[in-house]
Design a protein around this ligand. Structure first.
Ligand code: G3P
Length: 221
């Protein structure tokens, strides 16, 4: 499973990219607004920090304007993926951008029917929002299972990757991996939580205390 980080925070991306565990980045207009700065400059800097796909979202809602914005965003760097919303215009823009060789992430997906359309429109990624479905009492992870099953039924024609978005806790990541989703885009805080386990901390403290008693040092040899 690929790990993307879901943020426009340059410092966070730099820090997490240094682990070597980051496969890409997703941003959206809300994340850009939250972090501030010039959109183009921020995205350019992110693209230089990670070699994998960096999603940057169009803000137009009509197909021609979406395509024009998408082409402009794609000029920022070779690793840009253009994000478009899951509307009829977004699907038409996806088709047009994809035919022009631009990778597209179709976002704001909340149903299997929408995911099927995104695949038919030539999306590289589809982004179902699990947390926002959970928030309204629906089962976000059930949607991931459905989309993965549907896509797997058409291995010859569907190459779209399921990019699980709106992740709120580590279990979302684990469940998505169990279902075979291709990518999880994870907020920095949740990504850091994945490593945490109290028994790891406790075990390490005990090992170090016992080692101390031996009076030895590995690098002293
Ligand atoms: O990037 C899209 C998605 O991950 C947003 O998450 O937490 O705003 O629902 P959230």
């Amino acid at each position: 499973m690929k790990f993307f980080v879901d943020t426009a925070d340059i410092a966070e991306i730099r820090d997490l990219a240094a682990t070597g565990l980051l496969d890409g980045v997703t941003t959206n207009p809300s994340l850009v607004a939250k972090n501030g700065g010039d959109f183009f400059e921020v995205v350019k800097e992110i693209c230089a920090l990670v070699s994998g796909p960096v999603s940057a979202e169009v803000t137009a809602i009509e197909v021609d304007a979406m395509v024009a914005e998408g082409r402009k965003l794609a000029e920022i760097a070779p690793n840009i993926t253009v994000k478009v919303p899951l509307t009829w215009d977004g699907l038409k823009a996806c088709r047009s951008l994809a035919q022009g060789g631009i990778k597209v992430n179709v976002t704001l997906c909340f149903s299997s029917a929408q995911a099927l359309l995104a695949a038919k429109a030539g999306a590289t990624f589809v982004s179902p929002f699990v947390g926002r479905l959970d928030d309204i009492g629906q089962n976000g992870m059930a949607l991931i299972g459905e989309i993965c099953t549907i896509y797997r039924n058409y291995p010859e024609t569907i190459t779209t990757q399921v990019l699980v978005a709106s992740i709120r806790h580590p279990l979302h990541v684990i469940e998505a991996a169990k279902l075979g989703a291709h990518v999880a885009t994870i907020p920095p805080k949740i990504l850091r939580l994945l490593v945490a386990h109290p028994l790891t901390d406790k075990g390490l403290a005990a090992f170090l205390a016992d080692w101390e008693k031996t009076g030895q040092a590995i690098l002293a040899r």
